[in-house]
Design a protein around this ligand. Structure first.
Ligand SMILES: [Zn+2]
Length: 273
């Protein structure tokens, strides 16, 4: 192979992928998201566009930093969001179809020899499902190293959110200060800031609330029961400047996750029977 490393899985020939799969330091990164309402001001592709920008930026940064390679797989665009179906435009997979889709992508990659896989997820309701898909792949394939993550969740990232946010608790849940800022940093022409609202659900209690991390008690009714606009948070507080700061940190964070997956020893365990 010659020239600069290509980022995207689909840009390679099968001969090139065969060669890459023979190495043990290649990480395949699968972004995962969903299409759903994001207030009056953000497109329904928000989770897709943000996670693609973060994952592709991280793959690029990781490849520039060392001799290992990361490859960006096609995005799992459709995710699990049945509770958003009151809002026109939302698309949902059944939870099991979503998990099975990720499993079959992982199984295909492992079949070809790509044993290091990172699913980078950008949609809150996908979290338990991407975690389960990664775990199931490790259980099925003992030498595989499949991991999953959200973004801006490391201690350093959470500190940077706190440092720059202007909203209080509840301001960063959905179509919020954070997602609006990130979208403004990526494609400001698609953000209709004149329609950005601040909506914090009145139903929040001590234990049930949402922010970039959530309250201890998990409760998820239909989204239309907690938000009129679709926003839960302070969308009006979003700025491109904050978005650029948080986007750069999200890329650094995911590049570190890729490095962890690239360098982690295989852990097949042993059967004590
Ligand atoms: Zn979102």
């Amino acid at each position: 192979m010659t020239g600069l490393p290509r980022l995207r899985y689909g840009d390679h020939t099968w001969l090139e992928l065969r060669e890459l799969a023979r190495r043990d330091d290649i990480v395949v990164v699968i972004p995962a998201a969903t299409l759903e309402d994001h207030g009056y001001h953000l497109p329904i592709d928000t989770d897709v566009r943000l996670v693609e920008a973060i994952a592709s930026g991280a793959v690029e940064a990781f490849n520039a930093a060392g001799s290992s390679r990361a490859i960006l797989a096609p995005t799992q665009v459709h995710g699990y969001t049945p509770h958003h179906m009151d809002f026109p435009g939302s698309m949902t997979l059944r939870w099991n179809v979503f998990v099975e889709s990720l499993l079959d992508q992982g199984r295909s990659l492992i079949h070809h020899g790509f044993e290091r896989i990172l699913i980078v997820n950008g949609h809150g309701s996908n979290i338990p499902l991407v975690n389960m898909a990664a775990r199931l792949l490790n259980v099925e394939h003992r030498s595989a190293i499949c991991a999953s993550s959200f973004y801006l969740t490391s201690p350093e990232s959470l500190a940077l959110l706190e440092q720059h946010r202007t909203s209080g608790q509840g301001g960063m849940a959905h179509a919020c200060e954070l997602e609006t800022s990130l979208y403004l940093a990526i494609r400001p022409d698609l953000v209709q800031m004149e329609h950005a609202v601040t909506e914090i659900p009145a139903s929040y209690t001590k234990h049930v609330w949402m922010d970039w991390s959530d309250g201890a008690l998990s409760y998820m009714p239909h989204w239309s029961a907690i938000s009129e606009s679709g926003v839960t948070g302070d969308a009006a507080a979003g700025t491109a400047e904050k978005g650029r700061i948080w986007l750069a940190q999200a890329i650094r964070e995911i590049a570190e996750f890729i490095d962890d997956v690239a360098t982690r020893p295989h852990a097949p365990g042993k059967d004590h029977h």
